[in-house]
Design a protein around this ligand. Structure first.
Ligand SMILES: Nc1nc2c(ncn2[C@@H]2O[C@H](COP(=O)(O)OP(=O)(O)OP(=O)(O)O)[C@@H](O)[C@H]2O)c(=O)[nH]1
Length: 382
C-alpha cells in the first residue's frame, strides 16, 4: 500500500465508524431507558473519525496538533468504548487511571517528537498504551460479558491487543527514527493501521447485538412477569404448569398446585387505600417466594390470588410446604410499608385421573373454597 492508500483506508474506516456511532447515538436518544453505556459507545467512533480526519490533515496543520490530537482521540475512542462496556455491564468505572495513562502517553509522544525525535519510541509508547486499554477491555468482556456478542467484542479486543503488541515490538526492526506515520514499512504496519477501524467496527456491531439481546430479555421479562409483585404472570405460570403436566404424563414426575388467596383483602383496600393494598400484595409475594424452594414456581394467578407449582411433590410434602407458607404470613406484623396479611391455601396433587392440568387446578380451587369457608388462614388438601 502507498502512504496515500493507508490514509484513504484510515478515512474509509472512519466513515463507517461515523455511521455506526450515529446509529448508536440515535438508539441512545430514542430509548430513554436505564441502559447504560450506549452514549459512550456512540461517541467513541466519532472520536475515531475525528482522529482519522486529523491524521488526514498531516502536512496542512501543525504536526504537534496531529500527533497529540490524532493519537489522543484514538486512545479516547478506545477508552470511551471501554467505559461504555463497563457501564453496560454495570461494572464500577473510574476515569482517572485511563486519563492519566493517556496524558503520560501523549507527553512521551511530544517529547520524542520535538525534543529527541524518534518514531520508534513514539510507536512503542503509543501501541503499548493502546494495548493496555484493549487488554483491559478484552478482560472485562471475557469475565463479565455474556453471550455471542460479548465474545465477538472480546475477540476483537484480543486481536487488537495482539496486533498492537506485535507492532510495538516490531518497531525496533522495521522502523527508523525518522519513519513517517503512513509509510508502508511492512505488512504488520498495514495490518496495524487497518485494525483500528476494523476492531472499532466489530466493537460497535457487538455493542448493538448486546443491546438487542438486552431488549429481547427485557421484553420477555415484561411479557412473563407481573409488574406489581415481580412473580410470574398467569400466562407464564400456565405454561410452566403445562410443562409439569407433560413431565407427569411422560416420566410420572408428580407435581402439586397451591392456590392461595389473601384473606379479607378488600378490607385492606377499603381501610388503607389501594396503594397500601398494592404494597401488601408485593409483600405477600415476596414472603411466599422466600418460603418456597428454588425448584418451585410462584405466579400471580389473579387480583389477590397466587399459585405455586411445586414439582416432585407428594401430598405430604405439598401440605407441609403450604402450612409453612401460611404460618410465615400469619407470623408477620404490620410494617411501615405494608400491612400484614394471611392467606388461605387449597392444595391439589396430580393423580392418575388427571388427563389435563385443569382438573388438578379445579381441585385446588375447591380446596381453597373450603379453606375460606372454614374460617381462612388455613390449608386444605383436596
Ligand atoms: N390494591 C389492589 N387491590 C386489588 C388488586 N387486585 C385485586 N384487588 C382487590 O382485592 C379485593 C378482593 O376482594 P374479595 O374478592 O371480596 O376478597 P377478600 O376481601 O380478599 O375476601 P376473601 O377472599 O373472601 O377473604 C378487591 O377489593 C379487589 O379490588 C390489586 O392489584 N391491587
Amino acid at each position: 500500500m502507498t502512504p496515500l492508500d493507508l490514509r484513504s483506508f484510515n478515512l474509509f474506516g472512519g466513515l463507517v465508524c461515523t455511521t455506526m456511532g450515529l446509529v448508536l447515538l440515535a438508539v441512545r436518544l430514542h430509548f430513554r431507558s436505564p441502559v447504560q453505556g450506549l452514549g459512550h459507545w456512540g461517541v467513541a467512533p466519532l472520536m475515531a473519525v475525528a482522529s482519522a480526519l486529523l491524521f488526514g490533515l498531516e502536512g496542512r496543520v501543525p504536526s504537534a496538533l496531529v500527533l497529540v490530537g490524532g493519537n489522543g482521540l484514538l486512545l479516547g475512542c478506545n477508552i470511551a468504548m471501554l467505559a461504555g462496556t463497563s457501564r453496560f455491564l454495570h461494572r464500577p468505572w473510574r476515569w482517572w487511571p485511563w486519563l492519566t495513562g493517556t496524558a503520560l502517553c501523549l507527553l512521551v509522544l511530544l517529547c520524542f517528537s520535538s525534543v529527541w525525535p524518534d518514531y520508534r519510541v513514539r510507536m512503542m509508547t503509543f501501541a503499548s498504551t493502546m494495548a493496555w486499554v484493549c487488554a483491559a477491555h478484552a478482560r472485562l468482556l471475557w469475565v463479565h460479558g455474556r453471550g455471542l456478542s460479548a465474545r465477538l467484542m472480546g475477540a476483537a479486543m484480543v486481536w487488537q491487543t495482539g496486533v498492537l503488541l506485535v507492532r510495538a515490538v516490531a518497531t525496533w526492526w522495521i522502523d527508523r527514527p525518522d519513519t513517517q506515520r503512513f509509510e508502508p514499512v511492512s505488512v504488520i504496519h498495514t495490518v496495524y493501521v487497518g485494525t483500528f477501524g476494523f476492531s472499532v467496527m466489530l466493537l460497535l456491531v457487538g455493542g448493538l447485538l448486546m443491546f438487542s439481546e438486552y431488549l429481547r430479555q427485557r421484553f420477555e421479562h415484561l411479557a412473563t412477569h407481573d409488574d406489581l409483585t415481580g412473580v410470574l404472570n398467569r400466562r407464564a405460570l400456565a405454561t410452566r404448569i403445562d410443562q409439569a403436566h407433560a413431565r407427569w404424563q411422560t416420566q410420572r414426575q408428580p407435581y402439586a398446585l397451591l392456590l392461595m388467596d389473601v384473606d379479607h383483602f378488600k378490607r385492606i383496600n377499603d381501610a388503607l387505600g389501594h396503594q397500601a393494598g398494592d404494597r401488601a400484595l408485593a409483600r405477600v409475594a415476596a414472603t411466599l417466594q422466600q418460603g418456597l424452594r428454588a425448584s418451585d414456581t410462584l405466579g400471580r394467578y389473579g387480583g389477590e390470588e397466587f399459585m405455586a407449582l411445586v414439582t416432585g411433590a407428594d401430598a405430604e410434602l405439598a401440605l407441609s410446604l403450604a402450612e409453612q407458607l401460611c404460618q410465615r404470613l400469619a407470623q408477620q406484623a404490620d410494617d411501615d410499608q405494608a400491612p400484614a396479611c394471611t392467606v388461605s391455601i387449597g392444595v391439589a396433587v396430580v393423580g392418575a385421573g388427571d388427563p389435563q392440568s385443569d382438573s388438578v387446578l379445579a381441585r385446588a380451587d375447591a380446596a381453597l373454597y373450603q379453606a375460606k369457608a372454614a374460617g381462612r388462614n388455613r390449608v386444605v388438601l383436596a
